[in-house]
Write a protein that binds this ligand. Structure first.
Ligand code: SAH
Length: 270
């Protein structure tokens, strides 16, 4: 990679923040935040993680503000590029894993086009951790030998159900961003032959103190989960039923591993 001398100290870390529980970030992710001059973060990132950053670091929020639209991907790319060209260490902190529906790939493309060095720090995706925190194994000997992760929302939703005939046969199907289209998703799966009594679990705000889980069947889930909101992860398949027996996580009050965070956390968490 050819790097311009004027910003050769620059580095952008495209970093996964994990699903919400601030302990579910990698050590590498924490180190990147500690070294950052600038942290550019999203709505789904737990703001407690900003407490790892230095007192002098700059924090730029690029998520949606109530009643306003979010900062466009172009604008985010421009911010990353501009800060890096000032020779700064930039952490782009994204919910879950940056390469799973996080548009991290697009950010890397924009940086590569400008010859800005970057690293990708993987994160614990909600696709994995929401089922884990609901007691749903994604695979299980003889019951499910694969799992598939799909979006339940596209730009116009016109092409959303392309390939869903095939998806309706997935062993375990994990659907992100699917709450708004839940009715259609359920009808599509049943329409392609998935039995109406197939177990489904929806996990809202997984890994946080506000986690809620509803388990039902394809036929009943839409009605039973009316009170749930995004962000939520939908799991379809036989293993979703295991949630009823293995729901080990109720709330952080039961979390033995609760840690005492540094004082500065209060500043960001409030
Ligand atoms: N890159 C992220 C996903 C971004 S898409 C990741 O790897 O997790 C946003 C979707 O992720 C939400 O609509 C929801 O389906 C899911 N999601 C994110 N955080 C979640 C959480 N705490 N609990 C349940 N689902 C979550």
């Amino acid at each position: 990679m050819q790097i311009e001398t004027s910003y050769q100290n620059a580095k952008v870390y495209i970093t996964g923040a994990g699903p919400g529980d601030p302990e579910l970030i990698t050590l590498k992710g924490v180190r990147a935040i500690q070294e950052a001059d600038v942290v550019v973060y999203d709505r789904l990132v737990n703001p407690e993680l900003l407490a790892y950053s230095s007192e002098t670091s700059e924090h730029i929020y690029v998520g949606k503000k109530p009643g306003k639209s979010s900062v466009s991907q172009d604008q985010i790319n421009r911010i990353l590029i501009a800060k890096a060209k000032e020779g700064k260490t930039v952490v782009r902190l994204k919910g879950g894993d940056p390469f799973i529906f996080g548009r991290g790939g697009e950010e890397c493309e924009a940086l590569a086009a400008e010859h800005i060095p970057f690293e990708v720090v993987p994160g614990i995706s909600s696709a994995l951790s929401a089922p884990a925190f609901a007691g749903i194994p994604l695979t299980h000997r003889n019951l499910a030998r694969s799992f598939t992760v799909v979006t339940g929302h596209t730009l116009t939703d016109n092409d959303l159900f392309q390939n869903w005939e095939h998806l309706s046969h997935a062993d375990t199907l994990v659907i992100l961003m699917g709450m708004r289209n839940l009715d259609k998703i359920v009808q599509t799966l049943i329409g392609y032959g998935r039995p109406a009594d197939t177990p489904v679990s929806i996990i809202e705000r997984a890994t946080t103190t506000e986690q809620r889980v509803v388990t039902a069947t394809l036929e009943t889930i839409a009605e039973r989960s009316e009170h749930l909101r995004s962000p939520a992860t939908i799991v379809v398949g036989e293993l979703a039923a295991m949630s009823q027996d293995l729901a080990w996580f109720q709330s952080a009050e039961q979390n033995k591993f609760e840690v005492n965070y540094p004082e500065r956390i209060a500043k960001y968490a409030g």
